[in-house]
Design a protein around this ligand. Structure first.
Ligand code: GLY
Ligand code: MN
Ligand code: MN
Length: 422
């Protein structure tokens, strides 16, 4: 509100979304809306109006309606919106359209994320135009529409202690899923059986479920970055790549582990795995205040290039492999993203001048290098069809970093130990 400079801000909640016919997806609130309010019901609108002497924070919500609540669940209603969510004033959602023009009068700008709700965009612009026409009568409306997303993203990027606790809990639940996967994966299992074990643990521990579709890919499937079909029977000698994260209290975990289906890495797999692990550790060592976001990526790329050359998969020298980008044949994504309410969380990756952004305490990012080796004829046989990614969730602290997902084994011997206890 301190940054709004006399403006009024309007945030519609997320729309409900149809899965098929008359069945909806389970509702999830828009992340910005949730960040500002904690309010999780559909059909709501948030208005922030710092110039309003009495009502700076207003919620428009679906009213109590026992006949409707019988079907679709409880609503906190107008009174609950004030009592439980701290709104200065709350109204029935239906009233919002009628109040809209009044909310805009005398405000120099309106904060609205255009393009998300075209009907609302049209109505706001309609009121802006009609207030402009009434300027001679002394009524002034907003002269500009400003996207609140970037300012909010900056706030969301720096996590509060309470948010960090939520992310840690999401990651702790995520750990239960990954450990279960290590205990049950074995030749003959289907990829979906592993997915089921993981998501069972997520829900059983009180998570909302997976924060994104669980990836369980073995053998060649591990080399498909967003493989979520998860329907193949796994075979001895394959690596299984599991990218799975729980959502808890709105916050996401995002962890990848790669394990041998039979419980033991073969020599080629272990060699590849150790290259990725070395790259991941080197990148994590870079995570501290002042290092740039890109420096974390470059630390990983340097180690991956060295490893690829050492294994004979790419022709060296490593410095040239980095410069030419030849490593991209086996590593085609970036090493990190912000993590929070969204798996790929809000916040710029560059500073004002366009250069990579220095890390600050309170930021949370993933570190997730990988190598994805296909089956082309120039690739030595033992390396073919192996996909490896190792992904941890890392908090930037005052003097370095804390790996929130450190409890999930990633040393090859440690993984084999967990798997041998099956
Ligand atoms: N699971 C999505 C990602 O790793 O970015
Ligand atoms: Mn990730
Ligand atoms: Mn992931």
């Amino acid at each position: 509100m301190a940054q709004m400079d006399g403006g009024v801000a309007i945030f519609p909640g997320a729309p409900e979304s149809v899965r098929s016919n008359d069945v909806h997806h389970r509702y999830r609130q828009d992340s910005d809306f949730f960040y500002l309010t904690g309010f999780t019901e559909p059909g709501a609108v948030l208005v922030l109006d710092p110039e309003n002497p009495k009502h700076r924070y207003m919620l428009y919500v679906q009213p109590k309606a026992p006949d409707k609540e019988r079907w679709t669940g409880r609503r906190v209603g107008v009174v609950g919106a004030r009592r439980q969510f701290g709104a200065d004033a709350a109204f029935e959602a239906e009233k919002f359209r009628a109040d809209l023009q009044h909310l805009l009068i005398g405000r120099p700008r309106v904060f609205l994320r255009m393009g998300s709700d075209p009907d609302l965009d049209r109505e706001v612009l309609g009121h802006v135009a009609s207030l402009r026409a009434r300027a001679r009568a002394g009524q002034h409306g907003p002269l500009e529409v400003v996207d609140p997303t970037p300012a909010l993203a900056e706030s969301r990027l720096l996590k509060s202690p309470d948010e960090i606790e939520h992310i840690q809990r999401a990651v702790d639940i995520t750990a239960l899923g990954h450990l279960a996967a290590m205990r049950v994966a074995s030749p003959g299992c289907h990829e979906y059986e592993i997915e089921a074990e993981i998501e069972y643990e997520f829900r059983k521990a009180g998570g909302a479920g997976p924060a994104y579709p669980t990836i369980c890919g073995a053998g060649a499937n591990a080399t498909i970055l967003h493989y979520i079909t998860n329907d193949r029977r796994m075979r001895k000698g394959e690596l299984l790549l599991i990218d799975a994260g729980a959502e808890y209290g709105g916050y996401a975990g995002d962890v990848t582990r790669t394990i041998p289906v039979s419980g033991r890495f073969n020599d080629a797999q272990r060699a590849l795995y150790n290259v990725v692990l070395g790259a991941q550790k080197s990148a994590i060592r870079k995570v501290k205040p002042g290092t740039t976001f890109d420096a974390v990526h470059h630390a990983a790329v340097k180690k991956l290039a060295e490893g690829l050359v050492a294994l004979g998969l790419v022709e060296g020298p490593p410095a040239r492999v980095v410069k030419s980008g030849d490593y991209r044949r086996f590593y085609m994504h970036r090493t990190s993203h912000w993590l929070g309410l969204d798996v790929h969380d809000a916040g710029r990756y560059t500073s004002g001048s366009g250069s990579s952004r220095p890390l600050e305490p309170g930021m949370v990012l993933t570190v997730e290098p990988g190598l994805y080796v296909g089956a082309e004829s120039d690739i030595p046989m033992p390396f073919r069809n192996n996909g490896i990614r190792i992904e941890d969730d890392v908090l930037v602290t005052a003097d370095g970093c804390q790996v929130l997902s450190a409890a999930i084994p990633k040393e090859p011997d440690a993984i084999e130990r967990v798997m041998s206890g099956r």
